[in-house]
Design a protein around this ligand. Structure first.
Ligand code: NAD
Length: 373
């Protein structure tokens, strides 16, 4: 079975869906791997490293010819994908229905890796977690770089510098890593979420939980572990809590997402206006509509009161080498799990929990129940 690895074409995408390490593992399974020339450049992987690992290199057309599986970070252009090919990538399905329809029409069996269920068996195939973890880390590093002061408390002969105060909003995978990173740099950290289960997690990382606890938060978590959209009454209470907390913060990192919905608005312009000049906000949800009023994708915004708001549309790509290594391993684990050793090919049983969750197109149709009109 031939596996194709394409160069990413989306603007600002530096990651690659395979590394020399995973190429060797695919070859050990009995696959052939073909990598588009230049695919690894953004992640500091030269063509020669892929070739040394045993991959063949070529143009997009060379790589796709005869391939049965194509691996991508983002969904590739449907044009030129062979009929009957399986595609595994992060496909942004809710925002890319036209592209999914084109995959379906072209006879592509598309697998949306971000729909991987949050079950133990799938943990090491979970691209959302592997990428969010790096994003949470990098957001704090970006904030520290933009902040004109130090993070840790320093007692010096010239006097004492007080520690930065960081507030993390949304404590999923990215938020937990942001708390850990801000603590490591010496900030005093507090954090909030709608899911009460995160309270203990915040404390275990040395952060202070800032929570609204009511009947609604007791049921704010879905069976899949995600947040629900909250009521207007809850949002009003949350807004009051944010107003009270945010004026005292130097660094705010927002990470709140709701699957399949626009990101919840957690910070208003009026609240930003209460912050001190030089404070920094990083909005990790900027490409899903933003948690912070006034954040702009890939722009450094400075408000009238001197607050810096950062928002990058593709955070994992800012750490492309590590993000690629983890993404590529997630894909490798997925392929290995469903590899038929005798036939030396990928076999996806229709009734498997993982296959059902991630398969978005097949038989000429969009088949995922969550994507039906
Ligand atoms: P996410 O990226 O969907 O959202 C980020 C965080 O924002 C979440 O913690 C969410 O509760 C929070 N949020 C949403 N709306 C909010 C609001 N209005 N105010 C404040 N916070 C809000 O989340 P994620 O990082 O993908 O994690 C989701 C869940 O999946 C967590 O329970 C996590 O522990 C779990 N998880 C499980 C596995 C596994 O078992 N395999 C792997 C990874 C994550």
């Amino acid at each position: 079975m031939k596996i194709a690895v394409l160069a990413e074409t989306a603007a600002g995408e530096k990651r690659v869906a395979a590394t020399p390490e995973t190429v060797k593992k695919y070859l050990a399974l009995g696959a052939i791997v073909s990598v588009e020339s230049g695919a690894g450049a953004g992640a500091n992987i030269p063509d020669s490293a892929f070739a040394d690992a045993g991959a063949t290199l070529g143009t997009r057309a060379d790589v796709l010819a005869g391939a049965a599986l194509v691996l991508g970070v983002q969904g590739p252009d449907p044009a030129g994908l062979p009929t009957g090919i399986t595609l595994a990538a992060s496909l942004n399905p809710h925002q890319s229905k036209d592209r999914l329809a084109a995959y379906a029409a072209g006879g592509v069996e598309a697998l949306a890796m971000e729909f991987m269920p949050r079950i133990t068996r799938a943990q090491s195939m979970d691209i959302l977690s592997s990428q969010a973890n790096l994003s949470g880390y990098k957001a704090v590093i970006d904030a520290a770089e933009a902040y004109g002061r130090a993070f840790p408390m320093m007692m010096t002969a010239a006097g004492t510098i007080s520690a930065a105060r960081a507030f993390i909003m949304g404590v999923g995978v990215a938020g937990l890593q942001a708390i850990a990173t801000a603590r490591r740099l010496g900030a005093v950290v507090s954090a909030t979420d709608v899911r009460l289960a995160t309270k203990e997690q915040i404390q275990s990382l040395g952060g202070k939980p800032v929570f609204i606890e009511d009947e609604e938060t007791k049921a704010a978590e879905t069976a899949g572990g995600y947040a629900k959209e909250m009521s207007d009454a809850y949002k009003a209470k949350q807004a009051a809590l944010v107003s009270e907390t945010i004026a005292k913060q130097d660094i705010v990192i927002t990470t709140a997402l709701i699957p399949g919905r626009p990101a919840p608005r957690l910070v208003t312009a009026a609240q930003v206006a209460t912050m001190k000049p030089g404070s920094v906000i990083v909005d990790l949800a900027v490409s899903q509509g933003g948690n912070v009023e006034g954040s702009k994708a890939d722009e450094r915004v400075v408000t009238d009161n001197g607050v810096i708001i950062l928002g990058f549309s593709n955070y994992p790509s800012r750490l492309a080498a590590d993000a690629s290594a983890l993404f590529a391993r997630n894909l490798l684990t997925f392929v290995t799990t469903f590899w038929d050793k005798e036939a030396k090919k990928l076999v996806l049983p229709e009734d498997d929990e993982i296959v059902k969750a991630i398969k978005v197109t097949g038989g000429g149709q969009i088949v995922h129940p969550g994507l039906q009109p």
